[in-house]
Ligand binder design. Structure first.
Ligand SMILES: [Zn+2]
Length: 149
């Protein structure tokens, strides 16, 4: 019997998109280490949040999980890669956000752009909506400690 490739479902596209972003981070910065599995986390429906954990690294399974809210066309690829890069650093350097960690974090090519992007767009991820009928400026930039990863 003839076999044909299965059509890719939406779930597969999500998977391959994240896998390709992760592969680029791996071959650019962490090629000396085996690549780590990187997956989207489970979607939990919560309209408003006070903080958001954008990524996590499980040191037992060595798996990186990325928050599913980042799975959106509004989120630039470099920002998702900055989260993957951060979690890879936990694999290499351990759990602490110490001075060495911060120093290494700056080696990501779009470090500054990523910090600036989240400063301007965190309200969007936290589910703070702008009024549709009235043009209002976005709320002032939120403090970076609201972003956990
Ligand atoms: Zn961290």
């Amino acid at each position: 019997m003839e076999t044909r490739p299965l059509p890719l479902g939406i779930a597969d596209h999500r998977h391959y998109y994240l896998a390709s972003l992760a592969a680029e981070v791996h071959r650019t910065y962490f090629y000396k280490y085996p690549p780590l599995p990187v997956r989207w986390g489970q979607q939990i429906n919560r309209k408003k949040r006070r903080s958001i954990r954008l990524g996590s690294y499980n040191h037992v399974t060595t798996e990186i999980r990325i928050h599913p809210l980042l799975d959106s066309p509004e989120i630039p690829a470099f920002f998702i890669q900055s989260v993957i890069y951060h979690e890879y650093l936990h694999h290499v350097l351990g759990a602490s956000h110490n001075r060495r960690f911060h120093k290494e974090e700056r080696k990501f090519r779009y470090f500054r752009e990523s910090k600036e992007w989240i400063r301007r767009h965190l309200w969007l991820l936290l589910g703070i909506k702008r009024n549709r009928n009235v043009i209002v400026p976005p709320p002032p930039a939120l403090p970076p400690q609201m972003v956990l990863f």
